[in-house]
Design a binder for this molecule. Structure first.
Ligand code: ATP
Ligand code: MG
Length: 179
């Protein structure tokens, strides 16, 4: 549509307590894939054993996908292991972002290592300001996006829970819609 000169790489943040943050990121991935974009996904927090539908689809399409998490639960905020894995994930993200090779990079659940202080928010944002290619879109998902991240982003959407089947009816996560 617009040529590379007119393109502006957006920083997109999907946050809030409602469902749809990762789903929306995957929607952007699908859209980008259709335009032949080179894509890289890095999933923080989640463990590799969880083969989600989006991962399986990406795999069959040959989309690059990395896991940088041990599937920790929210109570273990101080878990050293999770923190170290997340820092490793950020090193990988920096490598991919500065590579100049990608049109879209998705850092799924990246708000958590920032929120828990495993990574320094100012350092992360300063690094992105200096190194993110100007035409590359960057999508970051997760609850509790820090004010500094919101300030830096071009597009921020807050998913707001109105009704959720788990909350209302204790219906567990469903294949195809939740994973
Ligand atoms: P999704 O991956 O479905 O777009 P999300 O990225 O917005 O969800 P996460 O916090 O990453 O939200 O949630 C991961 C899992 O938790 C998914 O199975 C999702 O359906 C479920 N979930 C999301 N929001 C809620 C909620 N408000 N109440 C209960 N479960 C939720
Ligand atoms: Mg998510």
């Amino acid at each position: 549509m617009n040529n590379k000169k007119e393109r502006k790489g957006l920083v997109i943040v999907n946050t809030g307590n409602g469902k749809g943050k990762t789903t929306a990121a995957v929607g952007t991935l699908f859209r980008s894939y259709g335009h032949g974009f080179r894509i890289c996904v890095i999933q923080f927090i989640k463990a590799e054993e969880v083969k989600t539908g989006e991962f399986l689809a990406a795999q069959s399409l040959g989309i690059e996908w990395h896991y940088c998490g041990d599937g920790f639960v929210f109570e273990s905020e101080t878990a050293q292991n999770s923190a170290e894995i997340a820092r490793e994930g950020w090193r990988l993200a920096k490598e991919k972002i500065s590579d100049q090779k990608y049109d879209l990079v998705i850092l799924d659940e990246f708000t958590y290592p920032l929120k828990f202080g495993w990574l320094d928010i100012s350092e992360v944002i300063d690094w992105l300001k200096d190194n993110k290619p100007s035409t590359m879109h960057l999508v970051i998902t997760g609850r509790n996006a820090l004010p500094e991240l919101i300030d830096y982003a071009d597009l921020v959407t807050e998913m707001k829970e109105i009704k959720h089947p788990y909350r209302e009816q204790k219906i567990p996560a469903q294949i195809g819609t939740d994973f």
